[in-house]
Design a protein around this ligand. Structure first.
Ligand code: NCD
Ligand code: ZN
Length: 346
């Protein structure tokens, strides 16, 4: 049996939601990850430091006693976000970062930002105090093809922000294209990107295998194989500008298999196993630790975790549990289209 020991990973982009769903999904993350950045797109969104503190307490109550886990909280930027509020929330330690959702770009983003110029004073303050900006990088114009929305955002919006505020720490989240990969790679030193396991594992064909596959629908939408390959190449390279943000995004099955299905893939349960397999398939297991345990911490000026995890390869491929139960409802667990032989054993 083959086994590797690596530093315990962190997840730099997680949706925990609220209520029963929160209680169900939190342990799926805390089992393997030491820290995570928690997304603020609840209904209503987390707009202020005090909201983040209340939300953090709910998350902490849902962490199993056996797990040590630190939730890092975020604020949802709107055109009305006050720069002094942001400063106080960050400097008091209530929140760790702020999230920019272009209005209408994704799940619960209606109160997001329409005009980036309106939030420039807030971004200037963030740059001054060293507070990270997390970006959902897609334009929302209906005329722009859904597969081009990330590239157009990079060209039209991200480039503007990076040029105006070169010192601002920016994470372009869940990147999906070779253009975004290249832009981040060549961009200024404060610009980095997170990548999800599903964008590393699947291309857009996976949404239409023998029919429509609502559980493979997420935003930014899956792209062509050429883009998936660019993401894999940079993830397994060890390049410190790229790290894991799972974007694990639980929705009830009934909300995904519907007339207007929600965007989001729930992937926490087998994330580490899937990534170990992906990296092994690329002969790059020795770079897994950089991608899931080191690069993100470095960007966010946090210490690398002290704990380790053991990942073991077995002779038989893993039998995936299909779903989680939430009262009488279900959440579908992400399963890739290749066999996975690795499990986290300790
Ligand atoms: C996320 C969600 O459901 O909150 N959905 C998704 O498809 N990724 C929001 C997001 O990160 O875009
Ligand atoms: Zn997300």
């Amino acid at each position: 049996m083959e086994e590797i020991e690596i530093i315990k990973p962190d997840d730099w982009h997680v949706h925990f939601r609220d209520g029963e769903v929160l209680n169900t999904v939190v342990p799926e993350t805390t089992r393997h990850f030491a820290r995570a950045i928690i997304m603020p797109n609840l209904v209503p969104p987390i707009l202020k430091g005090v909201d983040a503190v209340k939300y953090k307490k709910k998350i902490q109550r849902a962490i199993p006693k056996s797990d040590r886990f630190l939730p890092l909280m975020t604020i949802y930027l709107t055109e009305n976000t006050n720069k002094n509020d942001i400063r106080i929330a960050y400097e008091s330690g209530q929140v760790f970062a702020a999230k920019l959702y272009p209005a209408g770009a994704t799940t619960n983003s209606d109160s997001g930002v329409k005009d980036i110029n309106k939030i420039m004073p807030v971004l200037e303050t963030m740059s001054e105090i060293g507070m990270p900006l997390l970006i959902h990088g897609e334009v929302t114009d209906k005329e722009i093809d859904i597969f081009d929305r990330e590239k157009v955002f990079v060209d039209q919006k991200l480039d503007f922000i990076c040029k105006e505020l070169p010192e601002l720490k920016i994470t372009l989240e869940h990147i999906t294209t070779k253009e975004a990969t290249a832009y981040v790679n060549e961009g200024n030193k404060n610009l980095v990107a997170s990548i999800t396991p599903h964008h590393l594992a699947l291309s857009r064909n996976a949404m239409f295998v023998g029919g429509i596959r609502p559980h493979n629908y997420c935003l930014p939408i899956l792209k062509r194989e050429i883009h998936r390959k660019a993401l894999v190449e940079v993830a397994v390279s060890g390049n410190s500008k790229f790290f894991l943000g799972t974007d694990t995004a639980p929705h009830l099955t009934s909300d995904k298999e519907s007339f207007c299905g929600c965007a989001g893939i729930f992937n926490s349960t087998y994330c580490v196993s899937i990534l170990a397999q992906l990296f092994e398939n690329e002969s790059a297991l020795h770079k897994l630790e950089n991608f899931i345990s080191k690069n993100g911490a470095k960007h966010y000026n946090l210490k690398i975790n002290k704990e380790k995890i053991l990942i073991t390869k077995s002779n038989h491929s893993l039998l995936f549990k299909k779903e989680l139960d939430v009262k009488k409802q279900k959440i579908r667990i992400f399963e890739p289209d290749f066999p996975v032989f690795w499990t986290v054993s300790g």
